[in-house]
Design a protein around this ligand. Structure first.
Ligand code: ZN
Length: 368
């Protein structure tokens, strides 16, 4: 399909849309030279056509960085290749029973399930990653109704050391095991450089690196899930900074490349949505670091300044906490200005040590 699209594009600057590709697939099937099409699930082939249509459309939409799609390296040429396909559960053709998953044209494959299924399976993506076959199963889950009364608003700052700091005093350090795994990775990469490229021992080290990459990504995901669960449980409104990750990557090098920050915000967002809570991102160019938490005086800090003293009111403070407080202030103003929430006085205001701000939802904000 991609070859055909490249050919057409070169010929008269047109390309095929999904419907045309789907009917082309059907037309090709009877020909002997296209017999191989029958060897795999037709719904999976249609999904590839859908993805290709998206890739082609993206290449031509303004403001996007995607180029015209290219052919991927063939499976034969590259041993360590992340290969995948997506199957659709038409008329219950994908089932999980007796510890095995039934996949169209593949049959039953033993599966290790990481959680109970919540509802009917919609699609399953089968992918070869880090030396293992993985299934991602999509299901429909209903979100809880939006909360009318929201208790508590917290802002979060994720700094370059990947420590998450909340305006309520929440702190989660970048876990040690990630650092350990990364040190191991550097060691293996040095080993790989010493080996003869393509030799058996080189392949061995390459395999070990690949496995370790898998471990690190699983550790990272686990950490991000735990943190996002904890912070979503603690408050009804979550404010984050819309991180210009690309710009930060340039600034901090590899520290941000493994993007735990993006993961935590992404996972918190859907967790908040499922529970009818509010997730808000403050603008990308809103300054949040170096603003005094007492008097809002602005300061210019360098990356190494973890703490600073306010030049106006002399408060000594942590850079991360003041950033988190500034994020929550901006977030609250944003939400009130947009008419999404209003501050209300709680019905029974007990004199407790910790005051929780209470809000009322005024309008349902899609995308929040
Ligand atoms: Zn100050």
């Amino acid at each position: 399909m991609l070859s055909e699209n490249i050919r057409r594009y070169e010929y008269d600057k047109t390309f095929l849309f999904y419907k045309e590709m789907a009917s082309l697939l059907k037309e090709l099937k009877p020909y002997e030279e296209f017999n191989w099409i029958k060897e795999f699930d037709s719904a999976a082939a249609q999904q590839v056509a859908r993805d290709l249509e998206i890739a082609l459309k993206n290449a031509f939409s303004k403001g996007r960085l995607q180029r015209f799609p290219k052919h991927k390296i063939s499976y034969k040429k590259q041993k360590l290749h992340n290969d995948s396909f997506r199957a659709v559960n038409n008329s219950n053709c994908i089932r999980i029973e007796d510890g095995a998953i039934s996949i169209p044209k593949v049959g039953k494959v033993p599966i290790i399930l990481h959680r109970e299924l919540a509802s009917k399976i919609k699609t399953v993506t089968i992918q070869y990653r880090h030396g293992k076959w993985e299934c991602s199963i999509t299901q429909e889950v209903e979100c809880k109704a939006a909360k009318r009364v929201l208790h508590g608003i917290v802002g979060f700052d994720i700094n370059s050391k990947q420590t998450v700091v909340g305006s309520n005093g929440f702190v989660a350090e970048n876990p040690k095991f990630l650092k350990q795994s990364k040190a191991k990775l550097t060691q293996l990469q040095r080993q790989l450089a010493r080996r003869n490229k393509g030799s058996n021992r080189w392949q061995e080290t390459k395999q070990r690196i690949n496995k370790l990459h898998g471990k690190i990504s699983r550790q990272r995901l686990d950490f991000a899930h735990k943190i996002s669960r904890q912070i979503t449980n603690e408050s009804d409104i979550l404010c984050f900074e819309n991180l210009n990750v690309r710009a930060m990557q340039k600034f901090n090098g590899s520290m941000v490349t493994d993007n735990v920050m993006g993961l935590i915000t992404q996972l918190s967002k859907y967790k908040a949505e499922i529970e009818g809570k509010l997730y808000h991102e403050i603008g990308r160019f809103q300054k949040s670091t170096g603003i005094c938490l007492e008097c809002s005086q602005h300061h210019t800090l360098s990356l190494s300044d973890r703490n600073f003293t306010c030049t106006a009111c002399q408060t000594y403070q942590s850079r991360d906490l003041s950033a988190a407080k500034s994020i929550v202030r901006t977030g609250e103003l944003d939400l009130i200005a947009a008419g999404i929430v209003a501050r209300v006085n709680p019905a029974s205001q007990h004199k407790s040590a910790i005051k929780t701000k209470v809000f009322e939802l005024l309008k349902f904000a899609a995308g929040y």
